[in-house]
Ligand binder design. Structure first.
Ligand SMILES: [Zn+2]
Length: 179
C-alpha cells in the first residue's frame, strides 16, 4: 500500500483466495472457549502437488489453553457435498470455505465480530491484515492478472462500501488486538 497525493491510500488486490489463509484457522475451543488452532495434521503437511491436497488432508484441532485435541478425517464426497477431489484412494469432499465458522470442525472462528449489522470474520492475523489494508484503501485496484474472483473481490458489498469504512476498520482493529 502506498500513500497517494491528497492523503488517499492506493491498494492492489494481491489476488489471493480465501483458502490461502486456511493453513492456520483460529477458532474457539469447544471445551474451554479459549483460542485454539485448526491446521493440517503435522504428518500430512507436505507432499501435496495441489492446494486441494492439503485442504482435504487430515486436520487437527489443538488448544494451548486446556490441551484439548481433536481430529478431522477426510470426508467421502457425496452428491450435494460441494466440490469433489478425485484421488487414487477415492473421491473426497472439499470443505466449503466461507462464513464465520471453520470449515473442518464447524467451530466459531476466534476472529469474528458484529459489524454494520453483519458479522466480520477472518481465519488468522494475516487474513485480518489483508482485510485491513483493503478497508483502509481509498483507491482499490484489481488483481493482475485478473482471474477467477479473489477473496477480496468476493467480499460482501457492506464490507466494500466507503460509507462503512470507519466501522469496518474499527472492527478489524478490535479483532487484531484480540488476535
Ligand atoms: Zn481449550
Amino acid at each position: 500500500m502506498e500513500a497517494e497525493p491528497g492523503g488517499g491510500r492506493r491498494f492492489r488486490d494481491p489476488g489471493v483466495r480465501l483458502w490461502h489463509f486456511a493453513r492456520e484457522i483460529l477458532v474457539r475451543c469447544p471445551r474451554c472457549d479459549a483460542r485454539a488452532l485448526v491446521a493440517v495434521h503435522p504428518g500430512h503437511r507436505d507432499g501435496h502437488t495441489y492446494a486441494v491436497g492439503w485442504l482435504t488432508a487430515p486436520h487437527r484441532l489443538t488448544c494451548p489453553a486446556c490441551g484439548h485435541v481433536a481430529a478431522w478425517t477426510p470426508q467421502r464426497w457425496r452428491v450435494g457435498a460441494g466440490d469433489a477431489y478425485f484421488t487414487p484412494r477415492g473421491v473426497l469432499a472439499v470443505p466449503a470455505f466461507g462464513g464465520a465458522d471453520d470449515p473442518y470442525f464447524g467451530l466459531p472462528l476466534w476472529l469474528r465480530r458484529s459489524c454494520c449489522g453483519r458479522v466480520l470474520w477472518a481465519y488468522n492475523a494475516a487474513h485480518l491484515e489483508l482485510l485491513e489494508a483493503y478497508a483502509a484503501a481509498t483507491l482499490r485496484e484489481r488483481p493482475r492478472p485478473a482471474g477467477s474472483q479473489s477473496m477480496l473481490e468476493r467480499l460482501p458489498a457492506w464490507m466494500k462500501s466507503a460509507g462503512n469504512r470507519a466501522e469496518v476498520l474499527a472492527a478489524i482493529r478490535a479483532l487484531r488486538d484480540a488476535a
